[in-house]
Structure formats: structure tokens, C-alpha cells
Design a protein around this ligand. Structure first.
Ligand code: ATP
Ligand code: MG
Length: 345
């Protein structure tokens, strides 16, 4: 059956890198018999310009009915004073689609090891995934700001914790190693419940090891022993901080994809970086984060494991060939990098 993919190119370098991602998909599709159609929709600042709102009704409806959603990037300084900012569109979209699980793979390409701020012997073998709960916790509890006091409520239910821990175990089962569940169990009630649920869920996954870590110690170990981890799962606030920390390991934002999943309905795939307004329209953006987001989509939404692997191998080969964009220390343009990846497919 034809897969419906809604694309949200957005702002800044968004349209350039989205085109690159779709070119790679178009080149790959016949090789793996993947039948799809693209439905481009306005989103973010581009949608504010066109329709006066970052998440127009037509975009939301198309997204809800899609088989998967690709998002490039949104936002930019010109929208700082907009009545509804582009980022609000993304929060509304996540909420409307129930995207509760955010997945960020962290790996360091052999050809890019020198970009990492960490020593080569420390990053050797780094290959882990951060799974962040995205729709609960302190972000969505009651916030009260008084003159001399303030209060934020951190709420989690058993079910909310269970579904995100399950996502982590499902990923770990395919990768075959272990889950590191991160909390602050020595202080927080939500973390005490978190640990109980993690133990309960683990019983259904006898082939996956479970370990617990306190968030402060994990923050340290992610830098001192990053190759110890396989799947790291944690709640919303800790996940926000740890996923940004993890994104520093490769030393570049331009190569990192992400996925967000709901209980039902389409998943959304996007680069972890922003719209990079400083280089928008110059044709020098690194398209790899978007291209690897396409690979994640193929694997996680459509079960196209081999197609995803083709893309990942082609990216790896291209980097080893020394085709590097400016952010990676090279001179290749976005178009040259994209063409090289396609020829390596
Ligand atoms: P946001 O607030 O939207 O997350 P940000 O402030 O984190 O944005 P980014 O837009 O992610 O910033 O950009 C941070 C820096 O990284 C910028 O200098 C940008 O040019 C660079 N950068 C980000 N993505 C890419 C890319 N794909 N290719 C090249 N450079 C990039
Ligand atoms: Mg940012």
C-alpha cells in the first residue's frame, strides 16, 4: 500500500535539508520497492507567513492522517515577536498527535571522531539511544508563581511511566543489550514509582538487562564512560537535559536524527538541531541529520530495516570518502554531499 508521508519543511535551512532527505528517499525507494507519496504542508514560521498561524488546520489534519511525518526545522529571529511563535506550533502538534516518546540515537561516525570534545579512547564504541518521556512530568504539572514563593507540580501515573519504559525495552530487545533507567529515587516520589514500574516491565523482557542510575551520576558517566550505555530511558525534565548533553558527544549537531512516537497514529522524525538561520539559503547546511531521520522513519514506521541500513551505510561511506560540509570541517555543499550519499546508496 502507498505510504502517506507528510513533510513539514519549515524555516531556515529546513526546506534545503528536507529536499535533500526526499532526494535520497526517491533514489532508494525503487531499490527496496517502497511505495510512497509526499504531502508537503506549511508549518512553523513559513505557516505564520502563509496562513497567520504556525499549525494551520490543514497541516494538523494531514499530519493526523499520515503514515509518518518528516519535520525539518522551525523558527528564526524574525518570529520572536509573533503573537503565536513557531515553537508553539510544534508543542501543539506533539500534543495533538500524543507523541510521548522521544528517541535520540547517539553514535559517533569513525570519520568524525576528531570532532568530539572527548578523547578518542573514551568515545570508542559509543552507540546508545536516549528515550525521553515527552508529555508528562513537571512540564505539564501546575505552575504557580507568587511574589515570594513558586511551585511546580511533578505528576506521573503508573501507566505513563509504563508505556515509555516499554518503548525503551522494545528498542533494547532489538539491539540486544540493556536498559539504563534514570531517576532521582533517593529524593523524588515520582522517581520511586518510576523504579517500581521499570522493575515490573523488566519481567516481560527476560533477555534485556535492567540497571538503575541516579540522574546526577548518569550525567557524569555519560561523559566519562559513554560506551557503557545501550538504551537510556528517563522522564521529561531529566530527558531534556540528558538528551542535550548526549548531543554534544559527536561534536556536531548536523548529523543527529530523532523520532517521536505515539501510542497510536503516526510518528514524527526530525533532526535534533534548529533552523540554523545563520546559514539558511547558503546551500552549505549539512543534510545528514535529515537524511538519517528518513532512515529512522523507514526502520521504525515502515519496518524497512534494509533500506534504513542502506542509507546509514551510504552516509558512513560518504564521510569516510572525505565528503564533508563546512560544519564538519570540509568544503562540500549540501548538494554535493547529497549527491555523494545517493551515489553511495
Ligand atoms: P533552536 O533554538 O531552534 O534549537 P539553536 O539555537 O539550538 O536553535 P541551531 O539552529 O540548532 O541553534 O544551530 C546552532 C548552530 O549549529 C548554528 O551555528 C547553526 O548554523 C549550526 N547548525 C545547526 N544545524 C546545522 C546543519 N544541519 N548544518 C550545518 N550547521 C548547522
Ligand atoms: Mg536548540
Amino acid at each position: 500500500m502507498t505510504k502517506k508521508i507528510v513533510t513539514l519543511a519549515g524555516d531556515g535551512i529546513g526546506p534545503e535539508i528536507m529536499s535533500a532527505g526526499l532526494e535520497v528517499l526517491a533514489a532508494l525507494a525503487p531499490k527496496i520497492d517502497f511505495d510512497y507519496e509526499i504531502d508537503p504542508k506549511n508549518f512553523g514560521g513559513a505557516a505564520i507567513d502563509a496562513d497567520g498561524h504556525p499549525l494551520p488546520e490543514t497541516t494538523l489534519n494531514a499530519a493526523k492522517n499520515a503514515d509518518a511525518i518528516l519535520l525539518a526545522a522551525i523558527g528564526g529571529p524574525q518570529y520572536n515577536d509573533a503573537p503565536v511563535r513557531p515553537e508553539q506550533g510544534l508543542l501543539s502538534l506533539r500534543k495533538a498527535l500524543g507523541l510521548f516518546a522521544n528517541i535520540r540515537p547517539v553514535q559517533i561516525f569513525d570519520a568524525l571522531k576528531h570532532l568530539s570534545p572527548l578523547k578518542p579512547e573514551i568515545i570508542d564504541g559509543v552507540d546508545f539511544v536516549v528515550v525521553r518521556e515527552l508529555t508528562g512530568g513537571i512540564y505539564f504539572g501546575e505552575h504557580t508563581l507568587n511574589e515570594r514563593t513558586a511551585r511546580d507540580v511533578n505528576d506521573y501515573s503508573y501507566e505513563e511511566i509504563e508505556r515509555i519504559i516499554k518503548v525503551a525495552f522494545e528498542i533494547a530487545e532489538k539491539r540486544g543489550k540493556k536498559v539504563t533507567s534514570v531517576d532521582k529515587q533517593n529524593v523524588l516520589a515520582t522517581s520511586k514509582l518510576w523504579r517500581i514500574v521499570a522493575e515490573d516491565v523488566a519481567k516481560s523482557y527476560p533477555h534485556v538487562a535492567l540497571e538503575h542510575a541516579l540522574v546526577d551520576s548518569l550525567a557524569m558517566k555519560m561523559i566519562t564512560n559513554p560506551s557503557d550505555f545501550d538504551v537510556i530511558v528517563t522522564e521529561n525534565l531529566f530527558g531534556d537535559i540528558l538528551s542535550d548533553e548526549s548531543s554534544v558527544l559527536p561534536g556536531t549537531l548536523g548529523v543527529m536524527p530523532s523520532a517521536s512516537h505515539a501510542a497510536n497514529g503516526p510518528s514524527l522524525y526530525e533532526p535534533i538541531h534548529g533552523s540554523a538561520p545563520d546559514i539558511a539559503g547558503l546551500g552549505i547546511a549539512n543534510p545528514i541529520s535529515m537524511i538519517l531521520s528518513v532512515a529512522m522513519m523507514l526502520r521504525e514506521s515502515f519496518g524497512e530495516t534494509i533500506g534504513a541500513q542502506y542509507i546509514e551505510n551510504a552516509v558512513n561511506k560518504t564521510l569516510l570518502d572525505g565528503i564533508l560540509t563546512k560544519d564538519l570541517g570540509g568544503k562540500a555543499s549540501l548538494k554535493e554531499m547529497t549527491a555523494a550519499i545517493i551515489s553511495n546508496l
